[in-house]
Design a protein around this ligand. Structure first.
Ligand code: ADP
Ligand code: ZN
Ligand code: ZN
Length: 738
């Protein structure tokens, strides 16, 4: 008797292991045959783990008699298609992350828990049977039933119970009667809400630059091409996205729009809703696990044609993907900073390449990486050099505050300008990128300063909650009544945070209403939207806030922006500090004068002659970026070279750096050409959250050289013994050297 043909399941297990494993099919083989993209529960070591089938093969390198069968198959149909699997596995290889963890990290969290039954897609509802459809017209004697049946007959798909109730009130009895006749039956209704807009809702007439941008991308539909859409703030980038989406969605394709944070830009959501008529889902961290899974399934099933999402949405399966847009592509939130450290922006380009569709990276302040790609011709550059609707660009002034008497951190000139604008009924925005009352509390008697016991960092004073907080590890304590060292009572805050600035401004401008917008003041749900709405409508003359205010908002009435204390950016330890500072200045400045009134931006500094500031002021971001790129080229820093950062941390003061020394030794043994390994050195904040931290940097001019080195090196590093007291990780293309 011939033996059964061998069936081998190649499985990526949800565990921190770099390899995949072979299993036999489940012993109980009723139900669907296993296929790639389905989840399985497998015996793994002494426990059970989730796995994803990557391949159904006929042979194995192992001894088939020693392979274990999977416990059970969890999905009736594949969750991920071949293209999705290939894309995520590519990302796992590129970032040297465990394939199983990458795959399960890309799924909605509910699907990472084997015990939870998968959600049925759609919401419960009712539809007509063919008999019902035939009988509707004759239903004359039961008015409620007739009403229900006619409403159902008018919809192709049936209606959800909630929708029926909303339209007709309680119609339970009628539905029961119709069901008894066999005219209606329960069904699931696709739950993708359509955006409410009329497809034809006309936007403004495009200016020639916008038109050229739309035409170029549209001409590229159907094939891969990467674009940089470089448009000054308020130049109408969003308008370009909307036109492209209208075209693409009308052709029946799906689009993915990635944004840094959805909560920070309620306006974008609103504009999409008003201008598009399409089933849309959003994917972001504020959704409940159930909502997330539903949205994900709608996208994967092709029911949602537009997906608006943050970072992790880059992995959502989209069977008819035709366009990817990445808004504010320079934003750091596209980089995942722990676990699977991917860049959603970079992966978006890779994904477009795989799906053979265009990708548009939009920004007023493109990252130097993206600019470099545009210069080298890998990306097509589209420029929107002017503000839409004839608004004037803001004027940037630097204000030397050395030896100036400051009130609330504000120089006399800035205060005078603020008064003038407010008196004319204009809005003023102050930007201070530090929340809390003061960055440190000191004892005037003995010099004690509030330090975090777990980090090399100061504790921030938060007066509203009467606590000291560490912004790095979250450690907190109640505000001490007296100095912990000398018991002296003269404790003083040092420096300025937004909370303190707000208090002082209320003194300085007692008759002006003002709003502080930062993470502390907007914790309550809906509060941010409320404040932003009021600010946009001009109801709050004086605005102050952090980073949160810098992103994508449009405040037509703001004519003056004051930027306080950005000098750290000029001399930061990280070689990207100046780039980040320039982006922040330009983005904050972009909030001003977007309507008819011109805007002014005042940057307070103690280094008015710094060449980067001068360049930014006189020639704007493109000139700044050109200078900064040239500096990077001369120093052979990214984007002119490629880096991977190995981080290690340990409770023991020495263990992390000792481990990295051994890792550096392994690097020498690999002896890769064209790769330099630098360090180990202590991390900029050597101790954080009670752990000691060290870095080791690998750098190469050529990406393939670096990749080949990393693969060989990591195999050896993983085999190092005695590293159990050390946590280590690898960050490919690191964005922050923290
Ligand atoms: P960005 O995304 O570049 O900041 P937006 O698309 O938000 O710019 O446009 C800024 C403002 O200008 C919006 O109020 C928008 O409605 C308006 N706008 C955009 N394009 C045009 C145009 N061609 N003509 C007139 N107004 C426009
Ligand atoms: Zn003291
Ligand atoms: Zn701390």
């Amino acid at each position: 008797m011939p033996a059964d043909p061998l069936i081998i399941l190649r499985v990526a297990v949800d565990a921190p292991v770099p390899t995949v494993f072979d299993y036999l099919p489940a012993i109980d083989r009723t139900g669907n045959p296993p296929a790639p993209g389905m989840r399985v529960l497998v015996p793994f070591g002494r426990s059970r783990r989730l796995g994803m089938i990557l391949e159904v093969a006929a042979r194995t390198e192992q001894d088939p008699d020693r392979l274990k069968p999977v416990d059970s198959l969890l999905d009736p149909t594949p969750l991920l298609g071949a293209a999705d699997l290939a894309f995520i596995l590519w990302a796992a290889r590129y970032y040297h992350h465990a394939p199983g963890e990458a795959l399960f990290g890309a799924l909605p969290a509910r699907l990472r828990r084997p015990s939870l039954p998968p959600l049925e897609s759609g919401t419960p509802g009712w539809c007509l049977t063919p008999e019902g459809r035939a009988g509707v017209a004759g239903l004359t004697r039961a008015p409620k039933q007739a009403l229900v049946a006619r409403l159902l007959a008018a919809s192709d798909t049936g209606l959800s119970s909630a929708e029926l109730k909303r339209r007709l009130g309680d119609c339970h009895g009628a539905l029961r009667a119709l069901a008894a006749r066999g005219w209606v039956e329960p069904c699931r209704i696709a739950s993708v809400p359509r955006t409410g807009g009329r497809a034809a809702a006309a936007g403004p007439e495009l200016d020639p630059h916008q038109r050229r941008a739309v035409d170029s991308v549209r001409d590229a539909f159907g094939g891969f091409r990467a674009f940089l859409l470089e448009g000054v703030t308020g130049s109408g980038k969003t308008e370009v996205y909307i036109r492209l989406l209208q075209r693409l969605l009308a052709a029946g394709r799906q689009a993915l729009l990635l944004v840094p944070e959805i909560g920070l830009t309620p306006q974008l959501l609103q504009r999409l809703t008003e201008r598009l008529d399409t089933p849309m889902v959003t994917l972001h961290s504020a959704l409940s696990a159930g909502e997330r899974e539903r949205a994900w399934r709608c996208a994967a099933a092709g029911e949602a044609t537009l997906v608006l999402g943050t970072r992790s949405a880059v992995f959502v399966p989209l069977p008819r993907l035709g366009l990817i847009l990445v808004d504010e592509e320079h934003d750091l939130s596209f980089k995942q900073q722990d676990g699977f450290r991917y860049s959603a922006r970079d992966l978006a380009v890779r994904r477009a390449q795989q799906a053979r569709c265009p990708v548009v990276l939009g920004s007023a302040t493109p990252s130097l990486e993206t600019l470099h790609n545009a210069h080298s011709g890998r990306y097509t550059r589209l420029e929107l050099p002017r503000r839409a609707g004839g608004a004037l660009p803001p004027e940037l002034l630097t204000l030397d505050i050395r030896a100036q008497p400051l009130r609330a951190g504000l120089s006399p000139v800035l205060l005078r300008l603020m008064r003038e604008e407010l008196e004319q009924g204009n809005q003023v925005l102050l930007f201070l990128n530090r929340r809390g009352f003061a960055p440190v509390l000191t004892c005037h008697t003995c010099g004690w300063v509030s330090e975090c016991p777990r980090c090399d960092a100061r504790l921030t004073l938060h007066l509203a909650t009467e606590r000291l907080w560490c912004h790095h590890c979250g450690w907190t304590r109640a505000l001490p009544g007296a100095c912990p060292d000398c018991k002296g009572l003269d404790l003083r805050p040092l420096g300025w945070g937004t909370e303190r600035l707000e208090a002082e401004l209320r003194d300085l401008f007692p008759d002006t209403s003002l709003a502080r917008i930062d993470r502390d003041s907007t914790r309550r749900k809906g509060e941010l939207e409320r404040l932003l709405g009021a600010a946009r409508r001009g109801e709050i003359p004086l605005l102050l806030g952090t980073q949160m205010l810098a992103k994508g908002h449009h405040f037509p009435g703001v004519t003056l922006v004051g930027i306080l204390e950005l000098d750290q950016g000029l001399y930061g330890a990280d070689f990207r500090a100046p780039e980040r500072m320039a982006q922040l200045v330009v983005q904050v400045a972009g909030r001003a004068g977007r309507a008819r009134r011109p805007g002014r931006v005042v940057l307070q500094t103690r280094h008015p002659d710094h060449p980067l500031l001068l360049g930014l002021q006189r020639q704007g971001y493109p000139a700044f970026a050109a200078t900064a790129l040239e500096e990077r080229r001369q120093a052979a820093l990214p984007p002119f070279s490629h880096q991977a950062l190995m981080r290690a941390e340990s409770q023991d003061a020495q263990a992390a750096s000792k481990f990295l020394e051994r890792a550096a030794g392994e690097a020498t043994a690999v002896a890769a050409k064209g790769v330099a390994v630098l360090g180990p050195i202590p991390a900029p904040m050597e101790r954080r959250g009670g752990r000691h931290r060290a870095h080791l940097l690998a750098q190469s001019d050529l990406r393939p050289d670096l990749q080949a080195f990393l693969t060989a090196w990591l195999t050896r590093v993983r085999a190092l013994k005695g590293g159990s007291r050390v946590r280590w990780s690898l960050d490919t293309d690191p964005q922050e050297m923290l």
